[in-house]
Design a protein around this ligand. Structure first.
Ligand SMILES: [Zn+2]
Length: 231
């Protein structure tokens, strides 16, 4: 029903910089750099001054809607089905923060049309970014997901945790790439992600999110790859 939000191309390193910049602003505001678990609620409500609520988005906007951001009101809503699932709740909140940081300025500057949704039944409909899980391949959705990963699992913290756990030799096994491509479960990578979550205090991050982050940061290497040292 809604057209994809048209956003300019951003590569992963530009998104990483935007997330790092937000963490830097938070550190300045708080007086100390945030350590994992990254206090996403305080970033959203304290630093960005957005209001946050948990509500029945799926029931009202569709079964595939887990998060939404109302731009004029500065309001983020997370679907109540994610309560009790800390990893998914946190990631969805990080994703909405990504829209706020990366896309709201573009929408305001270029006056891009954003569909109108009401926050509550019978309320006036206002511009909102409504996130549908099936739309993950839309550039705006991919960018928001990448932002969430960079914000909740800062590269420097993940790298330091891997180094503390494994020294200079990166964790290595056979067939990582093949399993990633085929989508086959990877118990080795799952175990490694759990270990890093535990050692690095990334307790508000899901195993799945950490698996992708370790792969994206190239902190796990396929045994066939000669590049195994931590740079
Ligand atoms: Zn989204």
């Amino acid at each position: 029903m809604s057209v994809p939000l048209k956003v300019p191309y951003l590569d992963a390193s530009a998104i990483e910089s935007a997330a790092t910049e937000l963490l830097r602003r938070y550190a300045k505001w708080k007086g100390a750099p945030p350590r994992p678990p990254i206090p996403i609620d305080d970033i959203v409500e304290g630093l960005l001054k957005l209001s946050l609520s948990v509500g029945n988005l799926r029931g009202r906007l569709g079964n595939d809607v887990l998060g939404a951001t109302w731009l004029d009101e500065g309001h983020v809503m997370i679907d109540s089905s994610l309560e009790g699932n800390l990893g998914r709740f946190t990631f969805t909140l990080g994703h909405e923060t990504g829209h706020w940081q990366l896309h709201r300025p573009i929408i305001e500057m270029e006056k891009v049309t954003v569909p109108l949704f009401s926050r509550e039944p019978n309320e006036k409909a206002t511009p909102a970014i409504v996130c549908r899980t099936g739309k993950r391949r839309d550039p705006a959705e991919w960018q928001a997901d990448t932002f969430a990963a960079c914000l909740l699992m800062p590269a420097s913290d993940v790298r330091a945790t891997v180094k503390a756990a494994f020294g200079d030799e990166l964790p290595t096994t056979e067939g990582i790439e093949a399993r990633r491509k085929s989508g086959e479960p990877d118990p080795w990578l799952r175990g490694l992600a759990d270990h890093i979550i535990d050692k690095g205090d990334f307790e508000n991050v899901s195993n799945e999110a950490m698996r992708y982050r370790l792969l994206d940061l190239k902190l796990v290497v396929d045994a066939s790859n000669p590049q195994r040292k931590l740079l």
